[in-house]
Design a protein around this ligand. Structure first.
Ligand SMILES: Cc1ncc(COP(=O)(O)O)c(C=O)c1O
Length: 405
């Protein structure tokens, strides 16, 4: 039997003593509430009427016909309230925190999508909210900082280390140890110490459940391939969750290839050169140096710019159940533009990694085969990055005028 909180040799809960009572409480309350009919019905009511679920599953007809291979379908998580899958988990955990009497929520964020989702859930559920965000990400994803503040959250820029997600996680954990009784740490991906990976998967598995129901009821069969981008792993594990035991369905996770996995400027843990380690409370693959220190990562998408990968995904990588690959920043921008121009879909740069891989493999597959891509978020937040990449001159002129006026 698996040791609790472990997936094979991955996972566990490597936490400071001061936080142990919180983890014990969290484990007990999560086990209780996930079976509690009134909690689940309140959560589902919010998913339906506040988040806007189910999100659509769309046949990308134009793109499929242009590529001339497998049919590509898109699960449009970007149409959920706040524009990404992150709200499924943020709302679930915020509701759990409220039920167990916590007054204040703290969270880390990378791209800002989890921060926005958490701030939004806290506004809805009337909870105080503080979000830690690397200073670099504050700059890269400034529109999301603005929206978090509009939801009433306090955004705290983290100036240590590489000033990205890993430093934001460390800062949030430090803050939690200061007031563990009243605060709840709302973790945004399927990472961290147990029971977070299990809990995040539980709340994100709604994506997989809907996809299975929508696809199979419409087409009367299973899809051949599912593709999702992988940062910490919450959208992918949620999306894959209902097909993990159906071996005939290929599951592919796409990591951030950045400037190429040979360049050292990427965030490819499995498809690149991650090594086994215990960092930030869990055992998994991390990009690390010979002394076990986390290496700086790079990606055009802030949401995939993280050195660790969720323990359940690491396990499925080790058994071969989930295949891993990467897409480079350049391929991501090309995929972004292709889907915008041909399908009218503005995908988040994170999700565009999955789209880039779909483009690569669709052409080698038969028209009778089907790929479903989880478009984990919408790309309006990436306006500043995409505009620089594709329309540098006009965009910079526009920004200059905006600053002057
Ligand atoms: C739109 C979107 N997709 C994917 C991710 C990656 O996170 P995860 O791997 O937990 O789904 C993020 C993270 O911020 C995101 O904003």
């Amino acid at each position: 039997m698996e040791k609790e909180g472990y997936y094979g040799e991955f996972g566990g809960a490597y936490i400071p003593e001061i936080l142990r009572p919180n983890f014990v409480q969290l484990k007990e309350e999560f086990s209780r509430l996930k079976e509690d009919k009134s909690f689940i019905s309140e959560y589902h009511d919010l998913l339906k009427n506040f988040v806007g679920r189910p999100t659509p599953l769309m046949y990308a007809k134009n793109v499929s016909e242009l590529l001339g291979g497998a049919k590509i379908f898109l699960k449009l998580e970007g149409l959920a309230n706040t524009g990404a899958h992150k709200i499924n988990n943020a709302l679930g955990q915020a509701l759990l925190a409220k039920k167990i009497g916590k007054k204040k929520i703290i969270a880390e964020t990378g791209a800002g999508q989890h921060g926005v989702a958490t701030a939004c859930a806290c506004a809805k559920l009337n909870l105080e909210c503080e979000v830690y965000m690397g200073e670099l990400d504050v700059k890269r994803q400034h529109p999301n900082v603005f929206w978090m503040e509009q939801f009433g959250a306090k955004v705290i820029p983290v100036k240590n280390g590489t000033k990205t997600l890993k430093d934001a996680v460390n800062a949030a954990l430090r803050e939690w140890t200061k007031n563990p009784e009243e605060t709840y740490y709302l973790l945004g991906s399927a990472v961290g110490a147990a029971p977070y990976p299990e809990m995040v998967k539980f709340f994100q598995s709604v994506i997989g459940k809907e996809t299975k129901e929508q696809f199979e009821s419409e087409y009367g069969k299973k899809p051949d391939v599912l593709i999702a981008c992988v940062g910490g792993g919450s959208n992918s594990i949620g999306f894959f969750s209902h097909y993990l035991n159906e071996k005939e369905v290929r599951l592919i996770g796409v990591e951030a290839g950045g400037e190429g996995t040979e360049s050292g400027r990427h965030a490819a843990r499995i498809s690149g050169n991650g090594k086994l380690g215990i960092i930030q409370g869990y055992k998994s693959f991390f990009l690390q140096d010979a002394d076990g220190q986390i290496l700086p990562t790079h990606s055009i998408s802030a949401g995939l710019d993280y050195a660790g990968i969720g323990p359940e995904l690491a396990y499925h990588a080790s058994t071969g159940r989930i295949e891993f690959t990467s897409a480079t920043d350049k391929e991501v921008i090309e995929a972004f533009e292709f889907f915008a121009k041909k399908e009218g879909i503005i995908a988040a740069l994170e999700s565009s990694h999955a789209l880039a891989h779909a483009i690569k493999i669709a052409q080698k597959m038969n028209p009778g085969e089907n790929i479903v891509v989880n478009v984990s978020g919408r790309g309006e937040k990436d306006l500043f990055i995409v505009a620089r990449a594709v329309d540098k001159e006009n965009w910079i002129e526009f920004l200059k005028k905006e600053v002057i006026s």
